[in-house]
Design a protein around this ligand. Sequence first.
Ligand code: GLU
Length: 296
Amino acid sequence: MKWRTLAVGLLVGALSLTGCGKEGAPGGGGGPVVDQQVASNVQVPGSPTFDKIKQRGRLIMGVKDDQPGLGFKDATTNQFSGFDVEIGRLVAAKLGYGPDKIDYKTVPSAAREDAISRGEVDFYVGTYTINDNRKQRVSFAGPYFEAGQSLLVRKDDNSITSKDTLKGKKVCSVTGSTPIQRVQQQQLTEPNNIVQFQTYSQCVDQLLNKQVDVMTTDDAILKGFAAQSPDKLKLVGNSFSSEPYGVGLNHDDKALRDKVNDILQASFDDGTWQKIYDGTLGKSGTTSSVPKLQRY
Ligand code: GLU
């Protein structure tokens, strides 16, 4: 286990103290957790994407908006928050674009390669696992985080304990995600027991309404949802895959990929990454060490 869950009790206490409801915690509210210095006179020679950003004068960042702690849009304030969003804001700042120059575009898992390759977003940060299949259509900087597939069930369910106990159970996940592909390929449940949606919050609703028995995706995502309903949901079993998160970029824009890799490496080295982690995902009492950049 890469994660230590220490502070569920603390978190529950904190949530009730601050009066945060379903919408608020832990992904909700607030602007950036780290005040980034916005770089000036940035050059990225040979990057068509950067040229486009410069012409536009604004940057379009692809994100998720329903994953608390990672990429989450507060329904009241319309503010985005979470670890992925902060990593994106860091990259934007180092490219010369402060929070007021960022436009957020929500892109679900199944539409990421299309959105990036069509240039609908300049880059994408949203629990996006780096893999060879996707690398045929997009490129990645990173990884900037390591997650692993896990399971989320209702608190009173003791029949599901690991990926080997899913047969006969209704399993929910998201179209185009690596976790659903693993459920299908490893035949963890019967094909007609696999329920898929565009977003993970839809799976959470189904789980709470007892229309499915379990949802599966990265532990980082599941922990965010569990923290929203600590008396109703729990994670079970060990994580059973490796999901290295990358910043999704245009397949041929090597110049921008190199630049983003440099930005990430600098944030690992100067403590910025750690501050971002502590201010977002780390709030739920889990720890993670600084990842090792691969320069794919
Ligand atoms: N990291 C996995 C993936 O990229 C699951 C999370 C997601 O769907 O965004 O497919």
